[in-house]
Design a protein around this ligand. Structure first.
Ligand code: ADP
Length: 547
């Protein structure tokens, strides 16, 4: 027997309609790419998004066509998302930090028809324009007056660009969203793919809406209408972790930081806009903490900082909670998961006060909210116990988890519909998950696994260590042994002896790195993760003193 309830489609435009209808006066603050502060409302976001939809429709963009953006978190970028999705077209976010060859591959593979680019990235596009086959028009997200000066492509011809505001000016907002099935594609984001070509994750309207509801559960981000939320995590990094949907859905105030991601600029917005929730990768918070220390500033308005994308060092959790009274929510996710996987929030017996003292527990990446299922398995696929000690391959399932990549027919799921994440983790009896490594980064020593993340986290607690990476080096007796690579904090000269002494007693003796080397810089991926593969290549010929 079927239920007798309405067929109310789970589509993104209905989310924006709700935001404008119920929270129309709510403010959207943007630091524009030119540095100016713009204040709009959810009502104007709704109106401008419909203008974008109308203009794209007039351009001949049809359902399923890909519209690319290479832009910072701004009001213009936001209205482009909603406008594109409102006609059933696919909004394809490009990460400007990718290598030129990767960008060329991605844009051609996606068959992007138009591109909207911030003035900051016009040079990036000019350098590859001659190799982009499907691109018909390029709009710079600015007005005529701020259009960048002539930039040449590789062939020497000027890059042809148009001013976004000029294009938009000839359209009004008198436009009804197109209607389409909730399974229609809405967004496309390629994972940087440390091996092989990047792979496109194709989100649907339904997955975006369900992800939004998941994000807004109280124990996840639980955005309220009285919150001011600043996604520092870029919209091109896994949908700004869903915040650009979740905040308007809840009627909260969005604060969009634009191009300025340094400590001073981030602090200025946190303070002036009284931001209560913010989110970004650890490197952003390193810069903010340094700024706060240097200028003796506090964070009186901030309630919660979400840290994810890479393991959050314990010292960062401690500093936010102890020195600034800000709750840290450590989170884990991936592009394939829209991206929310887990978030750390209290459970009975682990209340907030206890958690503040228990930094080690907060280093766990958290627990799965409703709509995310997860489990760990051994190499043969047998489920492993939730005891907080046994580690295995982490697999996930849910309505906002990918089942295949764009234009690749093969499923990425196992026979039971689970997606292997490529991460290795433990899950404890209360359901708290902890990533120990990416499967390709684990160090196999004498048949046992050593967690590189745990050693890195501990090493970063040493006052002379700014950043740390641990990789496995081939060893004649043990297969692999850990090499600890560190970057010194400014002005310090860390020694191997003092770092090893610092680790002594904090990890099992057989986990102790066989050697510590100090380097000037550790390479990062376009989403701010340590590039272990590059490090392994660099140290391919390295011989440990023990081997
Ligand atoms: P890309 O590698 O393209 O940047 P993602 O941003 O989707 O792809 O990265 C997802 C991966 O990032 C996860 O599988 C995991 O390895 C890592 N990751 C994300 N959050 C955390 C975290 N809090 N702690 C440790 N690793 C994390």
């Amino acid at each position: 027997m079927k239920g007798m309830m309405q067929d109310w489609s789970l589509v993104v435009p209905s989310l924006l309609d709700h935001a404008a209808r119920e929270h129309g006066d709510q403010v959207v603050v943007t630091r524009g790419v030119e540095g100016e502060i713009r204040r709009n409302t959810l009502r104007t976001l709704h109106a401008r998004s419909r203008r974008v939809a109308k203009a794209l429709d007039a351009l001949g963009i049809r359902e399923g066509d890909r519209v690319a953006t290479m832009a910072w978190n701004t009001d213009r970028h936001l209205e482009l998302w909603y406008g594109t999705m409102g006609i059933g077209a696919v909004c394809h976010t490009l990460n400007p930090r990718l290598f030129a060859d990767q960008l060329v591959y991605i844009i051609n593979h996606a068959e992007d028809r138009v591109l909207f680019v911030d003035a900051s990235f016009v040079g990036v596009i000019a350098a590859i324009r001659d190799r982009l086959k499907t691109l018909e028009r390029i709009f710079v997200l600015t007005d005529e007056a701020n259009l960048p000066a002539r930039v040449d492509t590789e062939s020497g011809a000027p890059l042809e660009v148009e001013a976004y505001e000029t294009w938009l000016a000839s359209f009004d907002e008198d436009f009804a969203w197109k209607t389409f099935d909730e399974q229609t594609a809405a967004g496309l984001c390629y994972t940087s793919g440390t091996t092989g070509n990047p792979k496109g994750v194709l989100y649907s309207h339904r997955s975006n809406v369900l992800h939004t509801l998941a994000v807004n559960q109280t124990d996840v981000l639980g955005v309220r209408a009285v919150d001011a939320v600043m996604p520092v995590v870029p919209m091109f990094h896994a949908n700004a972790w869903g915040l650009v949907f979740a905040v308007p859905a809840a009627g909260g105030k969005l604060v969009l930081p634009g191009a300025q991601m340094d400590g001073a600029s981030i602090y200025a917005l946190l303070d002036e806009e009284q931001v209560s929730i913010t989110a970004a990768v650890p490197t952003v918070w390193m810069a903010l903490l340094a700024y706060l220390d240097e200028h003796g500033k506090k964070l009186p308005h901030l309630r919660k900082v979400v840290i994810g994308g890479a393991a959050c060092p314990p010292m960062m959790i401690e500093r936010f909670e102890r020195d600034f009274g800000v709750e840290v929510a450590h989170a884990w996710g991936m592009t394939e998961m829209s991206p929310l996987g887990t978030l750390h929030a209290p459970k009975p017996g682990r209340d907030r006060a206890a958690l503040g003292e228990d930094i080690a527990h907060k280093c766990k990446q958290g627990r799965a909210p409703f709509t995310v299922e997860m489990k760990i398995t051994d190499d043969e696929g047998a489920e492993l116990p939730r005891d907080g000690e046994t580690y295995g391959h982490l697999l996930v399932r849910g309505p906002a988890v990918a089942k295949a990549y764009f234009k690749r027919p093969e499923s990425i799921l196992d026979a039971d519909g689970w997606m292997p994440t490529g991460d290795v983790a433990t899950i404890d009896a209360q359901g708290f998950m902890q990533i120990t490594d990416r499967s390709k980064d684990v160090i196999k020593s004498g048949g046992e696994w050593i967690s590189s993340i745990e050693i890195e986290n501990l090493a970063m607690g040493h006052p002379d260590v700014a950043e740390a990476a641990v990789i496995g080096i081939a060893h004649p007796k043990w297969d692999e042994r850990p090499l600890l690579i560190v970057v010194a904090t400014p002005g310090s000269q860390p020694t191997e002896a003092s770092i090893l002494a610092f680790l002594e007693g904090k990890i099992a003796s057989w986990w102790m790195p066989d050697q510590v080397v100090v380097v000037d810089e550790i390479p990062h991926t376009a989403t701010g993760k340590i590039q272990k593969r590059t490090l392994r290549e660099r140290f391919a010929e390295h011989r440990l003193p023990t081997g």
